[in-house]
Each structure stands twice: as structure tokens, then as C-alpha cells.
Design a protein around this ligand. Sequence first.
Ligand code: ZN
Length: 396
Amino acid sequence: MQHDDHLIEAKHLLSELVAFPSISADGNVAITDFLAAALQASGARIWTEPDATGQKLNLFATIGPDAPAGVILSGHTDVVPVADQPWSTDPFTLTERDGRLYGRGSCDMKGFIAACVTMAPAFARRALKVPVHFAFTYDEEIGCFGAQALTASLVARGLRPAAAIIGEPTMMQLIDGHKGCYEYTTWITGREGHGSSPDLGVNAVEYAARFALKLIELRERLKTMAPDDCPFDPPHTTINPGLLSGGSAHNIIPGKARIDWEMRPVQASDADFVKDEIARFVNDTLLPAMQGVDPGCTIQTETVAEVAGLVPMPDNPARDLVTELTGANGAGLVPFGTEAGLFQAIGIPSVIYGPGAIAQAHKPDEYLAVEQLAQCLRFLDRLGARLERGAVAGAL
Ligand SMILES: [Zn+2]
């Protein structure tokens, strides 16, 4: 088939994918069943795995030899909500105008998925020496929970693909790094009392303030812990206390307080350091003081999301592969998180390389330029030809 035919088919498939309103909270079973059927019809071997609720599905599909290696094409099937956004067209009806395809998820990131599935029959027609895998996940937008489950499954199944390409929108620019993004809410429960007798209560706001000061102290220490030549901006792990609330009136000892905070680690060891330091401070200093007054006092930290960073590596076969296929001149960094770090964490070299601009993601009138979709299809065609030839530098 010619490139033009691929493009017509990919646009049609994208219109079908956009018509599934797969907002994270609502689940992605329908769109995943649809993609599974399409890949199976193209000759792929597939498996799906639900989450605990049964409302969400991961899909993994393979074309080519039954080998542990191969190249993963990774995307998420969930999208962010459209509520309260001023769209000019129906967000779930793909609308082409002036070389752009408008619709929720067109750029983030159903366009990439449409391109991958459009090319599946072409992959299947080739005598691939190295398999190509499709990994389509749930809940990327609310914490990468699908990819966490999927990467655990790959390990359990003994699958160890040699490279992963995450097709998040980078305008088809090669990306090999981003910081992690770890978000938490810490709830502090003290004991209420009258403001005139501070010693008879446990002031939750006071302990929240001490907790926040600890975060700020750790933030300063992290500045000295970054690896040499850390490429990120700023070049070290950061912490931000983003919300601090509690109490009701000037003469009441507050019984409850809350801190929302995040860290953006440049390396996994920094995240471990912060978690260890916080746990020690809470267990050795804050809780004994609080519970000395009232044993019912607690400090509980809820994990909102922990999205692993993608650490730029000196050796990265995924980067070498995309560089070879595109002639890319080096790799860059992005300021947003993706599922790539989760693949890297289980030992699969990863890059981010996909159609569309992140500036359009999550916005009203989100769009994917037709030209970007076409460029992605041409890339996947070259990838198929490359996998037909066999291993790349012994890595695949
Ligand atoms: Zn995305």
C-alpha cells in the first residue's frame, strides 16, 4: 500500500478511536476491545489484562517471531476530560480543517495509536526477524497506573523487549529524558481544643507547618545531591509544598490539617532519600510529640501518583534505533512526564517519539496536524523494514 492509502486509513481509524470517549475515570474497555480486535485481525498475538475494577484494560500485542526481545510501541488509550472546556466542535467527532484533525485525544495520544494499528497489517506482511509489540494502557493521565501493571506483567511473563518507543506528542522529535513526578497528600490529625490552652490540644496546623519546613530543608539538601552534568532544568530534584490548609478560627486549636506536595526527581535514589527522611521525621519526631498528648493523633501520607522519570543514559539502544531510522541529530528532554520511565525501570531502554505537539494536549480544540500523522506512518514503515533486516548492533 502507498503512503497516501495509509494516511486515509489512519485518519479513518483515528476518527473511530476519538469517538470512544475514553476519559480516564470512565474506563477504556470499549476502545481496548476495539483495538484488540483490529490487531488480532491483522495477525497479532494479543493479551489483555483488566484492573481490579474490571473497568480498565491493558492490551499487549505482538507481530513477528515469538522471541523475548523486540521493539515496543507504547501508548495510552485514556484521555483527559472535556467538561467546562470551550470546544468549537464536538470533541468526540474527529473534524478535519486546514490540515488539522480536531478531537479529544487526537494528539494525546490516539493519533500515535491509530498510526501503529494502521501499520499492523504492513508489519505482519513482512518477514520480521525481530518482533514488534504494541502496548496500549489505561490511566496514564491520572498516574500511569496501567503502565505500572503492564510493566509488572512483562517482568512476570519473562518478556524483555530491547527497546520501547513511547509515542507521546514530541512533534516527531527524539526525546530521551524527563524528570519524575511524585505527588502526595499528607493528612495530619491532632486534637481540637480551646486556643487559650495550647498544651491541652494537639495543633494540626503547627505540625503541618513543621512537616512543610522539613520538605523545604530536604529541597535544599537535594540541590547538592544531583549527578554531575545533570541535564535537567533546574539540574537537581525539586520539592514543592503546593497546598497547606487546616483550622477554622483564631481561638480554636485545629484538629485537622492537610499538605499537598510534590517532588520531581532527576534520579530514583533521590525519591527514596526523600521518602526515608520524611518517614524518619514523622515516626521519630512528630508522632511521638503528638501522641504524648493524645495517642489517637496520626500523620498519613496518601500517594496521588508516582510517575518515574526517564533518566538520560549514555547507552540507549532505543535512541540508537530511532536515530538510525530518522537521522535525528541528538536527543532532547521534555518537561512533562510519560510512561517511559516505567519501561526504563524494568530494564527496557526507552525514548519518547510521537506525532503532535504537547502544547495542544489537554486543551479545548486539541488537534493533530495531518502532516504529523503522515510523518509517523512513514517512520513506522521504516521501522518495519529495519526489523525485517534483524538485530541492531546486537541489541534487538
Ligand atoms: Zn499522553
